[in-house]
Write a protein that binds this ligand. Structure first.
Ligand code: GLN
Length: 303
């Protein structure tokens, strides 16, 4: 079977299934989305892009934005970010507040909400929310070589109205002196960053630089690429990170909009979208598709 035929068969198989998982209900704009959708785009080292299903459908990238925000901050202040946020798996839900008290307001890693709020706060150093957001969106446009990438303001507004846990996290960070800007300013920026929408094709293109594909724009140093991959492998799926490594064996980052960016270093950048989520808040069918794809292609970094 050719690679394209495999992706088509995977799409057809998934569409037969009834267990899509549940869409994120705590963000009303995301709660309205039909979970029975699936798209996949694979950018390969030879420059080809293979797709199946709803690969051209825009979706809310949500926490996948955390990888690109971190890449911006690493470019801006480098190692200093690690004084404010750790780089260990949390073993807790993406929006958990539990460890923050015990660890004196230093979030475990930049891919859980508390850590990403700190990263966004750092993006705001010396600039307006508008400028910080322009930098993140601009970074994604450069990485994808596609200017048609935008923020869905309705999703940002929707989350701002109901994101009470993030409000709690930001205030808690502030109480430990680990937030420099007013919580509402940092959160407003964070909600807009999470509300960036992209298609699977755009996201797979943006991921090419993290996969070190030859045709990717050279924006990140080799060391930063290694570190982003390490963090994605260990922390990219919250308390489901171990399960993802066990089942799939590649660095990845999920978002509560049902998106999944997965990196086969030197080989491929893969974006998958299916909005129904599993118990960890990661795409249910997306994770299944990732597992099937990696098995078929033998892409696990563990051989
Ligand atoms: N897991 C996610 O994608 C979480 C992102 C979402 N904007 C939140 O903060 O809750």
């Amino acid at each position: 079977m050719t690679f394209t035929a495999f992706l088509g068969a995977l799409d057809a198989e998934i569409r037969e299934r009834a267990d899509w998982g549940d869409v994120a209900s705590y963000i009303p704009e995301l709660a309205r989305i039909d979970p029975a959708q699936f798209g996949i785009a694979v950018a390969l080292a030879d420059g080809t892009m293979l797709t199946a299903g709803d690969a051209e459908q825009r979706f809310s990238i949500q926490s996948i934005s955390k990888v690109f925000a971190l890449a911006c901050v690493l470019g801006r202040i480098g190692e200093q970010i690690w004084t404010r946020v750790g780089r260990e798996p949390s073993g807790a839900r993406f929006d958990s507040i539990l460890l923050l008290e015990r660890e004196h307001g230093r979030p475990r890693n930049p891919f859980i909400n508390a850590g990403a709020i700190v990263t966004t706060d750092e993006m705001l150093a010396g600039r307006t929310p508008k400028d910080a957001l322009s930098e993140i969106v601009g970074f994604l446009r450069t990485a994808a070589e596609d200017d048609d990438i935008h923020i869905d303001k309705a999703v940002a507004k929707s989350e701002a109205e109901t994101g009470f846990r993030n409000v709690a996290l930001a205030n808690y960070l502030m109480s430990f002196g680990n937030l420099r800007n007013p919580p509402e300013m940092t959160l407003g920026t964070y909600f807009h960053q999470c509300a960036i929408e992209m298609t699977c094709v755009q996201l797979a293109r943006a991921g090419r630089m993290i996969a070190s594909l030859p045709d990717a724009p050279r924006i990140l140093s080799a060391q930063k690429i290694r570190r982003l991959n390490a963090l994605m492998m260990l922390c990219g799926h919250y308390d489901g990170s171990g399960d993802f490594a066990f089942r799939v064996g590649l660095p990845g980052k999920s978002g509560v909009g049902g998106g999944l960016l997965m990196i086969a270093p030197g080989v491929a950048s893969v974006a998958i979208w299916s909005p129904g989520l599993n118990v960890y808040g990661n795409s249910k069918m997306g994770t299944y598709a990732a597992e099937r794809l990696v098995q078929e292609m033998g892409w696990s970094v563990f051989g």
